[in-house]
Design a protein around this ligand. Structure first.
Ligand SMILES: C[C@H](N[C@H](C(=O)O)[C@@H]1CCCN1C(=O)[C@@H](N)CC(=O)O)C(=O)N1CCC[C@H]1C(=O)O
Ligand SMILES: [Zn+2]
Length: 634
């Protein structure tokens, strides 16, 4: 047999390139750790002083990256033999915001810091007691949206939150877009959307996403029709029309992005068991710490890593009483391979038990790839990072598992099929309701970055997308003096969002593969449906997942997906298989009730100014023909 052709010895340039990567990584590790610590200090104590220190650390790191970049571009890295060396160069080739001149970079950092500060400290007055004006988003407004049940109070909270957050940052956001696009151009992208999509390394990625959405849209529309009927029954025809979009303030969530808040009064079988762990959690005096320990135990039962001691010492898992912090939950990797934390203003309910698993999924990924070169310590693509915790939560949320951990009663075996449908519906309110929101967030932003959506139409184009994809309408008319996208954390923090849509698809593919591995799901055994699968304790499933997590983004994501599922493609079949029994039930139920699936155009209007709106309303209030039929065109 012929001797294997030896790979040619790496050239002197490639050796120098490898050395450059080691030097760059060593320098970055120190500056990254310092930047993360300063960012944590600001996010966990929102003072101008701390924002200044964070900015300083960010500029130091960016200056170093920019200076190293001059050397980087000298290397002919595309022709290097070693695949890891070549890929590391490829990953850092576009430096992102660090290519900006330092003062522009600093300006960008300050804009984002200010928008985060406004968002995180915004306060709203109580609907019933207008002198009480200290309601924060978390926990007050989040709890109100989920539990109020009073349409007027909900409308008040919805409108006032947007006045106190989004409206205040419209100008800052416009400046943020301009500077971010400058940075994209310095990386040879036409606008920021190109830089953001590079992380997916997928040609025609946007077409792929549209195809996935179209596969899942029928399921969403069935859920939408069913929910609209139950909201109409609860709030009346004046609030919820028969065939129109659903008013956004009634869905139990400030952004209408997940609808688990309306589960109790809309579940398919009211007399069967509700699959909500909240009552038992509160009955048993659960604490945030116990929620975190419960999540950690799920990971260790799969032979994945426990949280390190420093995690328990330095995480913030309850809202402090003595200072303003960024309450929006987040997971942190401090870049030194040892320091990992979560910051979460945890509430004791099932919704936050899901968030605990979501955040701990990020930390598990950090732990599994911590021995990769620094440049590879990322998700296979950002969607993978968002999927890890959610895959665990799919098992935790099953009635079977909740009973196992004492968070659900035994239930009546004769009602098991109704309970199963109640559980499927509960999961759909979180996972299916989310799909159009997870998709449209960056549909709007990509068009803003490209200029297809001009600042003068930011808000009315947002509401066109909200109507087209989610079948929602605002509870009151809107104008371009409002800036509703700015009322959502990721928009003002410059965090891309399509990762959550990608995760919604991937997590069901991964869940299905792990359930097969754990012997918890068998497509040919009606007694082992996918929605009843709980992989808890399956070391075999854990090993499969670990093999993927340890890769970080050292290999193209189709290879990471293949390691777990055997497939190299994202596809909606995992999600559609999971919800098949529910879709069938919803179709029959909507048919039985004569519900129209889909929606007619909204009668809410979106115009340029509040003055124009007042004129429109006054003119039309005399013209009785004007019910709510004005077009939504600006
Ligand atoms: C509650 C959750 N917070 C994010 C997350 O955990 O993704 C935070 C804020 C933005 C990024 N982030 C991180 O923690 C990153 N450091 C993770 C990483 O390392 O990539 C969140 O925003 N979610 C959960 C589901 C939908 C979405 C929402 O609530 O709209
Ligand atoms: Zn996440």
């Amino acid at each position: 047999t012929p001797a294997p052709t030896p790979t040619p010895a790496p050239s002197a340039e490639e050796m120098a390139g490898k050395q450059f990567l080691e030097d760059f990584t060593r320098g970055m590790a120190t500056l990254l750790n310092r930047y993360k610590l300063a960012s944590w200090a600001y996010a966990s104590n929102l003072t101008d002083h701390n924002m200044q220190l964070q900015l300083q650390a960010a500029v130091e790191m960016a200056t170093y990256q920019k200076q190293q970049w001059q050397q980087l571009v000298q290397f002919p890295w595309r022709s290097f033999q070693n695949r890891d060396t070549r890929r590391q160069f490829e990953v850092i080739a576009d430096l992102g915001m660090a290519t900006l001149p330092p003062e522009r970079f600093q300006q960008l950092g300050r804009l984002i810091g200010q928008m985060q500060g406004t968002y995180s400290t915004a306060k709203v007055c109580d609907y019933h007691n207008r002198t009480k004006c200290n309601l924060s988003l978390e926990p007050e407004l989040v709890q109100l949206l989920a539990h109020s049940g009073d349409a007027d109070e909900l409308r008040h909270a919805w409108v006032e939150w947007r006045r106190a957050s989004g409206e205040k940052v419209r100008g800052l956001f416009e400046q943020y877009v301009a500077i971010s696009n400058e940075a994209a151009a310095l990386n040879n992208y036409t606008d920021l959307s190109g830089l953001w999509l590079k992380a997916y390394e997928t040609p025609n990625f946007r077409e792929e996403l549209q195809r996935l959405w179209e596969q899942m849209q029928p399921l969403y529309q069935q859920l939408h029709a069913y929910v609209r009927r139950h909201l109409r029954m609860r709030y009346g025809d004046a609030e919820v029309t028969q065939q129109g979009p659903i008013p956004a303030h009634l869905l139990g969530n400030m952004w209408s992005q997940t609808w688990e808040g309306i589960y109790q009064f809309s579940k398919p079988f009211p007399n069967a068991q509700a699959t909500d762990a909240t009552p038992k959690m509160q009955e048993q005096n659960y604490t945030p710490l116990r929620m975190f320990r419960l999540a950690e135990e799920f990971f260790t039962s799969l032979n994945l890593s426990a949280m390190p001691r420093v995690f328990w010492e330095r995480s913030i898992i309850e809202k402090p009483a003595d200072r303003e912090i960024v309450c929006h939950a987040s997971a942190w990797d401090f870049g030194d391979g040892q320091d990992f934390r979560i910051k979460q203003c945890t509430r004791v309910d099932m919704k936050d038990l899901y968030v605990v698993h979501h955040e701990m999924g990020h930390v598990q990924y950090f732990l599994q790839y911590k021995d990769q070169p620094l440049i590879f310590r990322r998700g296979a693509n950002p969607g993978f990072h968002e999927a890890v915790g959610d895959v665990m939560a799919l098992s935790v949320s099953t009635p079977k598992h909740l009973r196992k951990v004492g968070l659900l009663g035994a239930g009546d075996a004769s009602q098991s099929s109704q309970t199963a449908l109640n559980h499927l519906y509960h999961t759909a309110l979180q996972k299916v309701a989310f799909l159009p929101f997870g998709y449209l967030m960056d549909l709007w932003r990509w068009d803003v970055f490209s200029g297809r959506i001009a600042p003068s139409e930011y808000n009315c184009r947002w509401w066109r997308l909200r109507e087209e994809y989610q079948g929602l309408e605002p509870p009151v008319d809107r104008t371009e003096e409002d800036f509703d996208p700015g009322a959502k954390y990721h928009i003002i923090s410059s965090v891309p969002y399509i990762r959550y849509f990608v995760s919604s698809v991937l997590q069901f593919q991964i869940h299905r593969a792990l359930c097969l591995e754990a012997g918890e799901f068998d497509p040919n055994d009606a007694n082992k449906p996918l929605h009843n699968c709980d992989i808890h304790g399956s070391v075999a499933a854990g090993e499969k997942l670990k093999a993927m997590l340890r890769l970080g983004n050292s290999r193209p994501w189709p290879e990471a997906l293949e390691a777990v599922t055997g497939s190299r493609h994202m596809d909606a079949s995992g999600l559609l298989d999971y919800f098949r029994p529910l879709k069938q039930w919803l179709e029959e139920e909507n048919q039985r009730n004569g519900e129209n699936v889909g929606w007619v155009p909204s009668t809410r209007v979106c115009v340029a100014t509040r003055e124009e709106l007042a004129i429109l309303r006054s003119r039309n209030s005399t013209d009785s023909a004007f019910t709510r039929t004005a077009s939504t065109e600006p």
